[in-house]
Design a protein around this ligand. Structure first.
Ligand code: AMP
Ligand code: MG
Length: 347
């Protein structure tokens, strides 16, 4: 939800591979621009019009979620932020309350490393903008923002109202927005009777079923280039989500600043360039991938354990892959030579 939205939907590439003699697979693929990012939808084995209707429904889901949770353009979320800053109670609809409550829980489990209350820090680093930019904040500003301890614990939910006992809280759901939208989209597909599909929102992916007789195979982006470093075969209903420092960043006076903030220091997290998490739902995987990137090379195992995620792949700034044995069995490296791998148990 930190990315730019177009009010109209751009149905970018729509190609149907059905009924072709050279390619008889009933695979429907469509790419839409929603949440300011490209969303790839693949549906296998459904009637073309059902698949087409499903893609339109998903595009609406993504756009609704984007406009609801936009962190810096006027939105229901920015109105909530204004209200709770003053100590007043904000009226929040059922869908928003449910996600705020889930985020509160995930934040507590992450020990505050996934902390959607740090919107002021994210803004001060120049990421509340369609074009992130410097100058970065000065040390004093960061120190003050961290010392104010913005945290999800400050939020009190009562029925459909939300209050905060800390004016430093500013909510930003950029770290789970796409994962949540992917979960909503898959639930929608299921309701429409679709059993085999992938929804991929710029690397936040959930799959259901299979691709004909074969499992869906998902590529993981190489943080050092635009290609794929590895692939994973997905099993039934599963999500695979990657957070990367390459996704949003800017250079200022020769230094690079990226968008994932370590809430302990207030500075962009160091040591790790990407984290991939495989988990049942995409919302949890999305919160965890951000939290683990913030955790860094020391201590990520405890965060993974506390958040209940077992399958983790982390790529450090030297290109070394740190992986849990649970994922090692499923990963296939697509680069030659394969990267150096350190197996580290999260359990
Ligand atoms: P992701 O790509 O899922 O890791 O999400 C990154 C986005 O989440 C950033 O662009 C910020 O909007 C927000 N963010 C950055 N750091 C944190 C953090 N430690 N906890 C929660 N949200 C964060
Ligand atoms: Mg995330």
């Amino acid at each position: 939800m930190t990315r730019k939205i177009k009010t109209t939907l751009l149905l970018a590439t729509c190609y149907l591979l059905l009924d072709s003699c050279s390619n008889p697979e009933p695979l429907y693929q469509e790419q839409i621009l929603a949440l300011g990012a490209l969303v790839d939808i693949s549906i296998w084995g459904a009637e073309p019009d059902v698949a087409r209707r499903a893609s339109t429904a998903i595009a609406e889901d993504f756009n609704r979620i984007h406009t609801t949770w936009h962190a810096w353009e006027a939105s229901p979320l920015t109105r909530i932020n204004e209200t709770i800053k003053s100590g007043a109670a904000a009226n929040v609809d059922a869908e928003m309350i449910a996600l705020i409550a889930e985020a509160k829980e995930l934040s507590a489990k992450s020990g505050g490393l996934f902390n959607p209350a740090v919107g002021k820090l994210i803004a001060s680093w120049g990421f509340h903008s369609d074009e992130p930019h410097g100058p970065p904040p000065d040390a004093k500003t960061i120190e003050t923002l961290v010392a104010a301890h913005p945290s999800m614990d400050a939020l009190q939910i009562e029925g459909h109202t939300l209050k905060s006992n800390n004016p430093a809280v500013q909510l930003d759901f950029g770290a789970i927005g796409q994962g949540y939208a992917v979960d909503v989209a898959i639930a929608h597909l299921r309701k429409l009777g679709i059993q085999n599909a992938i929804v991929n929102a710029s690397g936040d992916i959930r799959v259901i079923g299979k691709h004909g007789g074969r499992p869906w195979r998902i590529g993981i982006r190489d943080p050092r280039g635009s290609g794929i470093i590895a692939s994973v075969e997905m099993q039934g209903d599963e999500s695979i989500v990657t957070s990367g420092t390459y996704e949003r960043f800017y250079d200022y006076q020769g230094k690079r600043y990226h968008h994932i903030i370590d809430p302990r220091s207030g500075y962009p997290a160091r040591g790790v360039t990407s984290v991939t998490v495989v988990h049942s739902d995409a919302t949890t995987a999305d919160a965890a991938s951000t939290a683990l990137l913030a955790a860094g090379l020391k201590g990520w195992q405890k965060t993974a354990r506390d958040m209940g995620v077992k399958q983790v792949m982390m790529i450090d700034e030297q290109g070394i892959v740190h992986m849990d044995p649970a994922l090692t069995k499923r990963i296939h490296f697509e680069v030659t030579p394969p990267p150096k791998v350190e197996i580290v148990s999260a359990l």
